[in-house]
Write a protein that binds this ligand. Structure first.
Ligand code: C2E
Ligand code: MG
Ligand code: MG
Length: 512
């Protein structure tokens, strides 16, 4: 028998069967579908894998026979099993569309078995879109109108993927396992970009060939929705698959819809909440970007070289309807905020990393982040980002109604020596590299090293000696004057530690 005869014989005998591999949601870890993968078990019980027979079926242009046979087996399985909401992905070769009317053939089969169309997902590879003899767009439309989902398979393995995403719409993008199997920093960046792009296009995302916990945790973090791979399960025969399902949570129809919505959230934008429900496809994507501007500083003069729409939007909230007005103000010696602005710029020039300074203008609290990007002679280019603090921060009200605090203290930090923790409540001084809770002991040493004048360092460490702090403070406070960095030089500051309740103290820095 030649190959085609052997294949037809195997089909007749039922020697070609689907194996089932589950598709697992990252949030929560429920089963949201299964891919049917063809296996040829020959008369000697030897398994033949798709890579050994699919190319020959394609050469002979009879791959549609396989694809329809697998669909038929899936329908039979569906009718036998008790799980009526489970969704099946089947693979469709592009050649099928040239050979026969696939829409007609597929709908006939599901009607014969009385299987609903919305549980069948068609996996198509990008080569399908290269056949120009068929109107593939129209075919997809017919399938979709009839309730099928269309998924793009092996994304990232071919040549024209990006055009394909531009010209056709898909429900799910399956990332090829080639992108993930060499799991290095470059592939992580590529995968992240693909996820980001898919979400912007409103396409759900699935990673194939996932084998390790490290990969799962990475994919979950960047918002990849669905995982397929040996980490969860290998493709298995129907009997084993039923046993597998018995031990898992399978999504109901409603849950499937419910969790699909969650999958639309783009974890990778500056404001994930904005990415949701914002008409992903027609949205003006520039409104999702983080506020950014480039400021050029030269000998006391500020220029804005660039700012984006979101930066302008944040500025409006503090009362600046144009950037020109802000530029006028910060270049004006008598403007109250100028001194702080320039001092932040100088800190940024003289220190590594990002400087953050909190301030208040027109009763609106905002944080201004700056970082030195480049310099030549006396010219410095500084990237600036700017966020007004709506009620997002829990200490917002304190900040808003304590305007006088800003006039009094440069920095306010709550410290708990017994727990070795320090939480910065606010700072207008630009010391803070990290917000949130940090190690108090580490913080004291870092501050002494980086911010206190070398001649005051020993005295500062003694002042902050945690072993004797409690008895020295007793019921009130201790304070002393130290020379502390400010811009490019040092200034004398009053540093005070005041007792609060529950082993907590308030650490403040006050300009003299
Ligand atoms: P595919 O559609 O991309 O299917 C995923 C392949 O990756 C399957 O190989 C699966 O067994 C394998 N796989 C899944 N998880 C892992 C993993 O964690 N690690 C590794 N190393 N591999 C994993 P399989 O079953 O050998 O199928 C290969 C390809 O053959 C399929 O790739 C699909 O393109 C094609 N194929 C399979 N069944 C059919 C079918 O009924 N019709 C058509 N047209 N093509 C089919
Ligand atoms: Mg597939
Ligand atoms: Mg694939």
């Amino acid at each position: 028998m030649d190959f085609v005869e052997r294949f037809n014989d195997a089909l007749d005998k039922g020697n070609i069967q689907p194996y089932f591999q589950p598709l697992t949601r990252t949030i929560p870890e429920s089963i949201c579908g299964v891919e049917a993968l063809a296996r040829w078990i020959d008369d000697d019980n030897k398994m033949i894998f798709p890579s050994d027979f699919i190319p020959k079926l394609e050469e002979n242009r009879i791959i549609y026979k396989l694809d329809l046979a697998i669909l038929e087996e899936v329908c039979k399985f569906y009718n036998k099993c008790q799980y009526k909401d489970i969704k099946f992905s089947i693979n469709i070769s592009g050649i099928d569309f040239e050979e026969i009317d696939m829409f007609d053939s597929i709908t006939k089969i599901i009607e014969k078995y009385n299987v609903p169309s919305n549980i069948i997902h068609l996996e198509i590879t990008e080569t399908t879109m290269l056949y120009d003899t068929i109107d593939i767009r129209n075919i997809f439309k017919r399938f979709r109108d009839a309730g099928f989902e269309i998924w793009i398979d092996d994304f990232g393995s071919g040549y024209s993927s990006l055009n394909v995403l531009r010209d056709y719409s898909f429900n799910v993008l399956k990332m090829d396992m080639g992108l993930i199997d060499e799991f290095n920093i470059n592939s992580k960046k590529i995968i992240t970009s693909v996820i980001n792009m898919s979400k912007k296009l409103g396409i759900r995302t699935l990673a194939e060939g996932v084998e390790t916990e490290e990969q799962v945790s990475f994919l979950k973090n960047i918002g990849c929705e669905i995982i397929q791979g040996y980490y969860y399960a290998k493709p298995m025969p129907s009997k084993d698959f039923l046993e597998y399902l018995a031990k898992r949570k399978i999504e109901t129809k409603d849950e499937y819809r419910y969790w699909n919505e969650v999958g639309k959230v783009n974890f990778l934008t500056a404001d994930p909440l904005l990415s949701f429900n914002n008409n992903l496809i027609n949205n003006d994507i520039t409104t999702e970007l983080a506020p950014l501007s480039f400021v050029e500083y030269e000998k006391g003069t500020i220029k804005y070289l660039y700012y984006n729409d979101t930066y302008a939007r944040e500025l409006k909230i503090i009362g600046y309807n144009s950037i020109d007005k802000l530029v006028d103000d910060v270049n004006n010696e008598s403007f109250e905020y100028r001194q702080r602005y320039i001092s932040q710029i100088k800190n940024t020039i003289n220190r590594d990393g990002i400087q953050r300074v909190d301030n208040m203008i027109n009763n609106v609290v905002f944080s201004h982040f700056t970082e030195l990007i480049s310099s030549v002679n006396d010219k410095y280019l500084i990237a600036s980002s700017f966020y007004t603090l709506s009620s997002k921060r829990s200490d917002y009200l304190v900040l808003k109604y304590s305007q006088s605090l800003y006039m009094t203290y440069d920095t306010v930090t709550e410290i708990t020596p017994d727990k070795d923790s320090a939480v910065q409540i606010y700072s207008t001084a630009g010391f803070a590299k990290v917000y949130g809770t940090v190690s108090l002991r580490k913080g004291i040493i870092e501050f002494a090293e980086n911010e206190v004048h070398p001649s005051d360092k020993e005295r500062y460490l003694k002042f902050f000696d945690l072993k004797t702090l409690k008895e020295r403070i007793d019921d009130k406070y201790i304070h002393d004057i130290f020379s502390v960095r400010s811009g490019g030089s040092y200034e004398k500051k009053n540093i005070r530690i005041t007792k609060l309740d529950n082993g907590k103290y308030l650490y403040t820095i006050q300009s003299l």
